[in-house]
Write a protein that binds this ligand. Structure first.
Ligand code: NOJ
Length: 534
């Protein structure tokens, strides 16, 4: 495929919106669809080309929308179907795409399917969920644990069986061995595809199907008490089963009936297992989310190795992707610090592959400490004392120095960062040294340079401080990206004949821009550069 023929999701920068926290248009303290519409000019200005929305469907909100009670209705908190249609239309007008969250692994316990399934052992929908008998000794069917703490089995007194829930007991897992379930979920996908949405981010794709025999998971020998209790076991029988790939292939088949739609999979697995989700002969996800920059320690050599391993593991027609933050993990600035978050932005936006930006990272938002009595995230509430609440990474977007950071006219559902008066979109827009200005510059350069969108990735050098790589595309200028992942100065002295020479086009210190480099690349602490080669 020549670069001119590339599909939009290969070159687009994706922007993840957590709708509760982006922009409130109706003064109830919770973000909504109209609020997102109001900020589309901002997103266009920023230069992103696709928006992924965390769930906006009907839901009792036990897990803030990841517990769905109607897959084809909008939750009134967020608006109505018409608002979604307006959002889609407004995005398309701007040549931008809309990706919805699809949560096929589990429903809400309030979903009519589950209410029916639970009503009796003879219910025609009984086998839509995973029901199992108690063991002879009265114990649950096996030792599987819930990601959110405790057993993954919930006893149902009425019918005398347990049901399985990988997450909350309010999120019963569907039984994907049942073909009716498969059809029902493909129908949901079709409903949205017909409406014109451009793709899905599939929630916990690697959880979809479980061991048929429900065998016990083995003990994890490396478990530490400080971790989530889920990590006590290795989920070898409850996740990543071989049959999952057939299910993903069915989803992909459906997507292929429409033009240029994208299937993204949320998958936390090591590289080798992750890349299997591309499927054989492109039958899997277009983009199995690559969370390495989200999960690895911020250490130059480890990251350099991981990039190379990932590049080497992707199948021939597979396309890479990169993520720095999302609504489930601490934000990049809180993991690596504000200065390194800038270096991280260079990685995200100059590596080969589709980048996903989490809302607020472009203004360097930090995790916000949430007082214990205000914690809302079930993961935090169920495992107190382990600092596992996801609320800190979900706080309202900081738009301006107006009350509540311009997010809402009412007290927001989650508190706003106290620093909002000095760290917000309005202020950073006018500051050439801000995180926002840097993001915008990086995105602009990426959007203008086919090399950065499609060029090859060529590792140049790495040590305990530096990562240096090149991007190359035939008949286009090449770029060198030099990153210092530490606060100390770092030096790269070129040796031999073929020296890298060129002009700095974007730098963490804008003073460097325009400089010509040929002999040495000297980087200050936390410094990063993009050099256009001669
Ligand atoms: C992954 C989602 O990203 C997370 O927010 C959610 O709690 C779980 N899946 C369960 O749906």
């Amino acid at each position: 495929m020549s670069y001119q023929e590339q599909l939009w999701w290969r070159h687009a920068v994706i922007y993840q919106i957590y709708p509760r926290s982006f922009k409130d248009s109706n003064g109830d303290g919770i973000g909504d669809l109209q609020g997102i519409v109001q900020q589309l000019d901002y997103l266009e200005w920023l230069g992103v080309q696709a928006v992924w929305l965390s769930p906006i469907y009907q839901s009792p909100m036990a897990d803030f929308g990841y517990d769905i009670s109607d897959y084809t209705e909008i939750h009134p908190i967020f608006g109505q179907m018409q608002d979604l249609e307006v959002l889609l239309e407004e995005l398309h007008k701007r040549d931008m795409k809309l990706i919805l969250d699809l949560v096929p692994n589990h429903t809400s316990d309030q979903h009519p399917w589950f209410i029916e399934s639970k009503s009796s052992k003879e219910s025609p929908k009984r086998s839509w969920y995973i029901w199992a008998d108690t063991k002879p000794n009265g114990a649950p069917p096996n030792n599987w644990l819930s990601v959110f703490g405790g057993s993954a089995w919930e006893w149902d007194e009425n019918t005398g069986q347990y049901y399985y829930h990988a997450f909350l007991k309010e999120q019963p897992d569907l039984n994907w061995r049942n073909e009716e379930v498969q059809e029902a979920m493909l129908d949901v996908m079709q409903f949205w595809l017909e409406k014109g949405v451009d793709g899905f981010r599939v929630d916990v794709m690697w959880h979809l199907i479980k061991d048929k025999q429900l065998r016990d998971n083995p003990i994890n020998p490396d478990f530490h008490e400080s971790e989530a209790t889920y990590n006590r076991l290795l989920p070898v029988y409850s996740t990543d089963q071989q049959e999952v790939h057939e299910l993903v292939a069915k989803m992909r088949d459906l997507m292929e009936q429409y033009e240029e739609r994208v299937l993204i999979g949320e998958i936390y697995l090591p590289i080798k297992k992750l890349v299997a989700y591309y499927g054989i002969n492109e039958s899997g996800a277009h983009l199995p989310f690559n969370f390495q920059l989200l999960t690895l320690p911020w250490e130059a050599q480890q990251i350099a190795v991981a990039i190379d391993e990932y590049e080497g593991a992707i199948p021939a027609n597979g396309w890479p992707n990169w993520v720095l933050s999302n609504h489930d993990k601490p934000r990049i600035a809180s993991r690596v610090g504000g200065q390194q978050a800038k270096v991280a932005a260079f990685l995200l936006l100059t590596l080969r592959g589709t980048p996903t930006i989490y809302y607020g990272d472009e203004i360097g938002m930090y995790d916000v400490p949430i007082p214990i009595q205000e914690v809302q995230d079930p993961q935090g509430l169920n495992m107190p004392g382990k600092n596992l609440s996801r609320d800190p990474a979900r706080t309202p977007m900081q738009w301006s120095n107006a009350e509540f950071a311009g997010f809402s006219t009412a007290k927001p559902w989650l508190r706003v960062d106290k620093r909002f008066k000095r760290e917000n979109v309005a202020i950073q827009k006018n500051n050439p040294y801000s995180m926002l200005s840097l993001y915008r510059k990086l995105i602009k350069l990426r959007n203008e340079e086919p090399t950065l969108q499609y060029g090859n990735y060529v590792p140049v050098f790495s040590n305990e401080q530096l990562i240096i790589y090149k991007r190359e595309l035939v008949n286009h200028p090449s770029f060198v990206i030099a990153l210092n992942l530490t606060p100390r100065p770092a030096y790269f002295t070129q040796q031999g004949e073929s020296r890298l020479k060129g002009q700095v086009v974007v730098a963490t210190s804008p003073e460097m821009e325009g400089h010509f480099l040929e002999e040495e690349i000297d980087l200050g602490g936390d410094e990063a550069l993009i050099i256009r080669l001669e």
